[in-house]
Each structure stands twice: as structure tokens, then as C-alpha cells.
Design a protein around this ligand. Structure first.
Ligand code: F3S
Length: 393
């Protein structure tokens, strides 16, 4: 791989330990994927910052790696294990909370914005069409590639952090236009009704297309929430970094329509819902906000709950910046008056919930995957409207 003189110096350690380590990671990645050079990036987004998920060894690694270093580009971070202002109310212990806050402190000292969200594109880190970026968090990568038309591989937390420190990433995969071409045409033969249908669709497409990049022909226009939920699901149940939606993805008309074709019908979606339904009666928790809820989502939920009362625990997770806007608009009060909670900075997948709750209802197929996998919960997936109608009086 070609390196400039400056990059050679970084690799030799002239700019310190962290820069040397970061360069070693990028060069190793570049060699694995046959990249011929590094390219500058506009931003980075780093996942894997929850103390619950990375533990003491992860904390020690970050402390060591980030000591005395500054990131070179705008860099944001994924949700952590708690709402950093209301952790006490969430039942998080003091010792755990302080460890989580310590991790965030190391990032802040390195110049990283503590956005604590998987939707950085709503919180000041929104790339433009064609921008090269290095993001981890698969749902955000799929959204950035597919909906915005920015260019990112599916980075790991550590490779995204290395790219943030160097300000560059190896030139391969989604950074190369031809690699972004769709490989299979997927026609949806009927109109999808609910946002949760898009999560189920992501699961079904992943199952049928086996890692190929799909060009999806929808029968109706999706909402912003639908696109966010689809991006999260399709990138969770497969390893693809992007998909195309005909007439919506900025580059979808730049490529030939793939010859291989699949049609998805209502029975497929019904089968998907069955797969995403475990057996239990009453949920311990209803969870909305995977990926993190937008201001419009929260406004919609507030309007559904106005003057009503929720039976049971109802949590919405979002970013701090969206939370503050929703607070200003009065939406948080409406939701909390109805018995719901809106938590910022965190999500169910990265919270210490194992053994505390056993089953949840959510409108997100990705939420289902991680609740089952990381917290060993039983899960059912329904649309937001169905959830509210069954839970609120
Ligand atoms: Fe975001 Fe957590 Fe879902 S990180 S995409 S809310 S599993």
C-alpha cells in the first residue's frame, strides 16, 4: 500500500504511540482488503463504548490508547450503558456509572463529541453526498451509504477510532464506486403499512439475498422512520454495508438493474413477524427508539399518548440533542405524564438488563435481535400504533 512521507512518519512513531498504533491498524486493514492507499475522511463514528459491553479491559484499553491524543476529524460516539444524567433513576449502581462516565471522559479529552447516539446524522454529524467517512454502528453505516449517499465501510469500533486519529481510512469497499453496485433486484409486491414492517422486510431481504447488495423496488414511499428501521434491520441480519431503493438512494440510477430478481409478498412478511415473536403474555418493558428516535417520532408518540395512561413500563431511547429539542417542545412532559420515560444516551442493547427484565415488546427488528442476543430477553415486534393501542388507556 502506498503511504505518503507523512503517513510513513506516523507509522514509525514520530507522532506518538496512539498515532503509530492507529496507523498500524489502518495499514493492516488496507493490506487485508488490497487497498492501494489511504484517503482523507470527513468524519468518524465510533461504537463499542458501553461499559456493560466492553468491561474493565475495554476501559483500560481506551484509557491507554486515547492518552494525549486528539482526533483529526469530527468524531461522534454510539450509545453508552445509561442515560448519563438519569442513571440513578434507571437503577444503575454508582460504581458502574462512574466507570461509564470515565470512558466518556477519555473520548472527550481526545476531542470526540459525546453524542452518545446511533443516529449521529441527527446530532451534528451528517455527511453529504459522496463524502468519505469511517463509521462503525452498522445501522448508521447503512443509512449513510443508502439514504445520504456518503461512503463508509462497516468499520469496527477500533478501526473507526484509528481512522479518527489519523483522519484517513483505507480506500476499498464502499469507498469505491463500482463496489456499491446492486447485485440483486428485490421487488416488494404490495404496500407496507407500518414502520415495523420495514424492520421485518430487512430481516427477510437479508435471509433471501445472502449478503448481496439489493436494489429494492417498494410499492409505496417510505417515511424517514421506515428508512431508519430498514437500515438497522438489513445491516443486522446480514453483513451488507448498503442497499439501494429505486428512485430514492442517490446513486440507484447510476448502475444497471441486476439480472437476479426476487419478489417478496405478504406471506414472507407474515413469516418474518412469526420469527420475531417469542412466547410470553405481558411485557416487562415496551421499547421504542431503535435506532434512536427522531424528534418527529417523539412528537408522534406524544400525540398518541396525549391524555392517556400507559399500563406498564414504556421507554423511548434517543440522543441527547433530540431529547433536549423534545423537552423544549413539551413532548417529554406529555409522554412522562402518560407514564412513559424518554432516556437519552443509551439503548436496551447496551444497558445492563440481563436478569432484571425478561421480555419486551418493540417496533424494531434490530432491537429484537440485540435484546435476544445480548440481554437474553424474549421479544415481540409490533408497530408503534399497535403497541400504543394495546398499552394505553
Ligand atoms: Fe441504536 Fe441500540 Fe438499536 S445502538 S440501532 S438503539 S440496538
Amino acid at each position: 500500500m502506498y503511504l505518503t512521507n507523512e503517513e510513513e512518519k506516523m507509522l514509525e512513531g514520530e507522532y506518538g504511540y496512539a498515532v503509530k498504533k492507529a496507523m498500524e491498524i489502518l495499514v493492516a486493514l488496507g493490506k487485508i482488503y488490497n487497498a492501494d492507499k489511504l484517503i482523507p475522511i470527513k468524519s468518524a463514528h465510533v461504537s463499542g463504548i458501553s461499559y456493560y459491553n466492553i468491561g474493565e479491559s475495554g476501559l483500560e484499553f481506551l484509557k491507554d490508547f486515547l492518552r494525549g491524543v486528539r482526533v483529526k476529524v469530527k468524531t461522534t460516539i454510539n450509545p453508552c450503558a445509561m442515560d448519563i444524567e438519569r442513571w440513578n433513576e434507571m437503577g444503575i449502581g454508582r460504581e458502574f456509572a462512574y466507570k461509564q462516565l470515565e470512558i466518556i471522559k477519555y473520548f472527550r479529552e481526545a476531542g470526540v463529541e459525546a453524542s452518545l447516539t446511533c443516529t449521529p446524522y441527527y446530532s451534528g454529524n451528517r455527511p453529504s453526498l459522496g463524502d468519505h467517512i469511517a463509521w462503525s454502528e452498522s445501522s448508521a453505516v447503512a443509512y449513510a451509504n443508502s439514504i445520504i449517499g456518503a461512503r463508509s465501510n462497516r468499520e469496527s469500533g477500533i478501526s473507526a477510532l484509528a481512522a479518527a486519529i489519523v483522519g484517513k481510512t483505507p480506500y476499498y469497499g464502499m469507498h469505491v464506486k463500482d463496489e456499491r453496485a446492486p447485485q440483486v433486484y428485490v421487488k416488494i409486491g404490495f404496500k407496507l403499512r407500518y414502520e415495523s414492517d420495514y424492520g421485518v422486510l430487512g430481516y427477510i431481504i437479508s435471509k433471501y439475498t445472502c449478503g448481496l447488495i439489493p436494489l429494492i423496488k417498494l410499492a409505496n414511499k417510505p417515511s424517514e422512520t421506515d428508512l431508519r428501521i430498514l437500515s438497522a434491520s438489513i445491516s443486522t441480519y446480514s453483513n451488507i454495508p448498503m442497499y439501494h431503493i429505486q428512485d430514492l438512494t442517490p446513486e440507484s440510477s447510476d448502475f444497471d438493474i441486476p439480472r437476479e430478481k426476487i419478489t417478496i409478498d405478504k406471506d414472507d412478511i407474515n413469516e418474518g413477524y412469526k420469527y420475531l415473536h417469542d412466547d410470553f403474555d405481558k411485557p416487562d418493558l415496551i421499547w421504542i427508539g431503535c435506532p434512536h428516535a427522531s424528534l418527529e417520532d417523539i412528537a408522534h408518540i406524544a400525540s398518541l399518548l396525549r391524555g392517556r395512561r400507559i399500563d406498564g413500563r414504556f421507554w423511548i431511547t434517543t440522543s441527547r440533542s433530540v431529547y433536549l429539542q423534545a423537552l423544549n417542545e413539551g413532548y417529554i412532559k406529555l409522554i412522562e405524564d402518560a407514564g412513559g420515560k424518554v432516556y437519552a444516551d443509551t439503548c436496551i442493547a447496551v444497558m445492563p438488563l440481563k436478569g432484571i427484565i425478561e421480555n419486551i415488546i418493540t417496533n424494531s427488528a434490530k432491537g429484537c435481535y440485540y435484546a435476544r442476543g445480548l440481554n437474553r430477553l424474549k421479544v415481540k415486534v409490533y408497530s408503534l400504533n399497535e403497541i400504543v393501542e394495546s398499552a394505553a388507556k
